[in-house]
Design a protein around this ligand. Structure first.
Ligand SMILES: Cc1cc2nc3c(=O)[nH]c(=O)nc-3n(C[C@H](O)[C@H](O)[C@H](O)COP(=O)(O)O)c2cc1C
Length: 363
């Protein structure tokens, strides 16, 4: 099923008109400018003290509490990696009701990312195409910022850090970057995500191949065991054949990884008219939902007796689709593009649908 963005679960009334007006305004700008504007607003809100979740009747509903990897998630709806790469608005996202936030992808050294334009909105398809290429301020800057956030005592949700390699590092030396990134960020993360699935860093996805992945994941786990171990997760591409993905994740289980994120963006352009005009990059949003959910379901079934849990991400645009991701076997759900189109109450909308579903199942 491909669900259009119009939904059986209409936006919470509180701000839908206000948000539609804001969105119209923001969408007048090119996508990257709009991102910076919206982000400036979030940072300002955070500076003014925002951290308490909005709409707690949904976002802090007791039925949504999830315990995983020794962590307490007030709700299972998380912000996916890539939106807050540098950890600049973590408390603002907590205030928007997200039950966890994944920052990054961060690389050991700062880098500018790919040349612009590199981000495209496709409103008629409720999708985004991006080839950002891990533009970020580097791991040192990220941990300084996270340390300041933790010092405030206001962070009440789990914080994941997603690590990757610098574009200039040859792929054969990728391991050095992952290890360096890991060592820098480990003490600041509640869980850590190894990103080998972005389509926008040359050859990165070849690291998903089981024999190559095994070497990287084992080295990271060895380093992890030298201190208080942090839960380790790996993020996979929806474009990998299921059998290959299973083989790779078996190496993750063997290496003691506790979770996998299915999925990153896709290089497919199915359902996108005149896709060639956007060039290369990963597609996210509504057209990704079916493929990423199918992959999730197949993989979860394979690992149902293994000690690994899944975060489902890809194309969640409304509450009904968050419910579907969970039905497919995801313990936790994440979104990025749905938030861009759905606005400030997006996390609360998903929580509302999950509460309603839980009530339905238990009544
Ligand atoms: C503009 C943009 C940048 C992204 N950057 C990253 C990233 O740095 N690291 C990562 O693991 N995923 C990144 N993603 C992928 C998302 O985390 C998510 O896996 C994907 O977009 C599918 O979810 P969605 O359909 O809810 O957006 C990015 C996605 C977008 C749209």
């Amino acid at each position: 099923m491909n669900h259009p963005a119009s939904t059986t679960n209409p936006p919470l009334k509180v701000d839908s008109h206000l948000w539609q007006a804001c969105r119209r305004g923001l969408f007048q700008f090119n996508p990257e400018q709009a991102h910076h504007l919206a982000f400036a607003g979030l940072k300002l809100w955070q500076k003014c003290g925002a951290h308490q979740p909005i709409l707690p009747q949904w976002t802090r509903h007791p039925s949504l509490t999830t315990k995983k990897w020794g962590l307490h998630f007030p709700n299972p709806v998380g912000l996916a990696a890539g939106l807050d790469k540098d950890g600049e608005a973590i408390l603002a996202f907590q205030a928007l009701g997200f039950g966890f936030v994944e920052v990054g992808t961060v690389t050991p050294r700062p880098q500018p990312g790919n040349p612009k334009p590199r981000l495209f909105r496709l409103p008629e398809s409720q999708a985004v195409i991006n080839r950002m290429g891990f533009n970020n301020q580097g791991a040192d800057a990220l941990v300084r910022r996270i340390a300041r956030v933790r010092e405030t005592g206001k962070l009440s949700i789990p914080l994941g850090i997603n690590i990757g390699k610098n574009a200039k590092t040859p792929i054969e030396d990728a391991m050095n970057d992952y290890l360096m990134g890991f060592k820098t960020v480990r003490d600041f993360a509640d869980f850590l995500v190894v990103n080998v699935s972005s389509p926008n860093t040359k050859n990165l996805r070849t690291l998903q191949q089981a024999t190559r992945l095994k070497i990287i994941l084992e080295a990271l786990q060895e380093e992890n065991q030298k201190g208080t171990p942090v839960p380790l997760l790996v993020k996979m591409s929806p474009d990998l054949q299921t059998a290959d993905c299973v083989r790779s994740l078996e190496t993750a289980v063997d290496a003691g990884f506790q979770g996998a994120i299915i999925s990153n963006t896709t290089i497919s352009r199915d359902g996108i008219p005149n896709a060639e005009r956007y060039g290369d990059g990963g597609m996210s949003g509504a057209p990704l939902f079916d493929a990423s959910t199918k992959k999730l379901k197949e993989i979860v079934q394979h690992f149902r007796d293994s000690p690994i849990d899944f975060i489902g991400v890809g194309g969640v645009m409304n509450g009904e689709q968050a419910v579907e991701k969970r039905a497919a076997g995801a313990e936790l759900v994440q979104a990025y593009t749905g938030f861009i189109y759905g606005g400030p109450t997006f996390a609360a909308q998903l929580c509302e649908a999950l509460v309603t579903e839980t009530k339905r199942l238990t009544s």
